[in-house]
Design a protein around this ligand. Structure first.
Ligand code: AMP
Ligand code: MG
Length: 343
């Protein structure tokens, strides 16, 4: 399949490209587009046939439901059957933005989008290209991250090309995404909301608006069964095995040296503050610790770029488990298959 490619750096100046992409979506095709979190792989959420193409292109397990993306609140009417008051409050505070609500679903959506569940995931992305595309398509758009299943999510159009060129109808290149990690998934089917996946909006930010917010026990103890189907799958993994080092930079350098003594080529993921501590075969600086948002922004590109070097093992620093740090550690631990080397 030929994959169309449009560069859209200004929505108002490139309406024609957005319209072409929207036409493909209306036509039941699959198109990748930027959101503020990561690139999404979109299709008509009301069409089984269109949604099936997303699963096929990604190689995504069919029991892992998709997030439905909307551009206006009135689109909710065809997607969800009820909205608790606390959800209205959170929508007003954080939409458009990186917050996904799990709510009781309405009939009429593709059952493949929800993987047969009675609930649906929905969010309004905060990106001019995504919003304009959804508006022009006049459809709710199902969109998981636009990567092959298991790979790090794409934060640049070139990442989408690497994984999906020839497998999808088009890619809208809107430059680098901003947040860099996916949306927070919040189960709102009970009286108290529960985070199923940490993401762009932190627990602290949510609690400021609505008081207590629960956390899926699986996020604290990996032996618990996750409530979100997608959280049980391996994700974000670079080609070489990754370990997270929980300790000082001095300790991490010892770990690196040990690997090198074994004849291994070692890649390191670090931050601006700590880069000078490390001597390894390839060092990637991923943001700075003073502002963890910068780490989130660059994380997936860092994980992907290790694959361009021939490395045998990778080690990463760990990050504080607060604010966006919760999402960063969740992704890193998954990428590492939960391998942690403690000081
Ligand atoms: P992605 O589309 O890759 O960003 O992943 C979406 C995440 O939301 C996955 O972890 C899904 O399992 C989760 N999700 C989507 N719909 C539901 C739902 N109805 N109930 C629980 N989790 C969901
Ligand atoms: Mg994904």
């Amino acid at each position: 399949m030929k994959t169309n490619y449009w560069v859209v750096d200004n929505v108002d100046n490139q309406v024609g490209s957005i319209e072409e992409a929207a036409r493909l979506l209306k036509d039941g095709q699959v198109v990748a587009f930027p959101t503020e979190t990561v690139y999404g792989l979109g299709a008509d959420a009301t069409s089984d046939e269109a949604v099936r193409k997303i699963y096929e292109a990604k190689g995504r397990p069919s029991d892992n439901p998709l997030i439905v993306h909307i551009a206006e609140k009135n689109q909710l009417q065809v997607i969800v059957s009820e909205i608790p008051e606390y959800v209205e409050k959170l929508m007003d505070a954080f939409w458009p933005g990186p917050l996904t609500f799990i709510l009781p679903k309405r009939e009429g959506l593709s059952t493949i989008v929800t993987a047969g569940l009675q609930t649906v995931a929905v969010r309004m992305p905060n990106h001019p290209v995504a919003l304009s595309l959804i508006q022009k398509a006049q459809l709710p758009i199902a969109a998981p991250s636009a990567n092959l299943s298991g790979k790090p999510s794409p934060t640049l159009a070139k990442h989408v090309m690497e994984d999906l060129n020839g497998r999808i109808a088009g890619i809208v290149d809107g430059g680098m995404t901003g947040v860099g990690v996916e949306s927070t998934v919040l189960d709102c089917t009970g009286d108290t909301p529960m985070i199923l996946r940490p993401g762009g909006i932190s627990k602290e930010e949510l609690e400021e608006m609505v008081g207590t917010v629960l956390v899926d026990p699986n996020l604290v103890d990996e032996k618990e069964k996750p409530k979100s189907p997608g959280m049980k799958y391996t994700h974000y993994a670079p080609d070489a095995p990754l370990s997270i080092v929980d300790g000082s930079p001095e300790f991490m350098q010892k770990v690196i040296e040990q690997f090198r003594l074994e004849g291994k080529r070692v890649g390191v993921l670090t931050t601006e503050e700590n880069q000078s501590f490390y001597e390894a075969d390839h060092v990637i600086v991923c943001g700075n610790r003073k502002d963890l948002k910068t780490v989130a922004t660059h994380l997936y590109d860092a994980l992907r770029s290790f694959n361009e070097q021939s490395l045998d093992v990778l080690v990463s620093e760990s990050f504080p488990n607060a604010g966006v740090g919760q999402a960063i550690m969740n992704r890193l631990l998954k990428a590492a298959g939960h391998r942690v080397i403690k000081e």
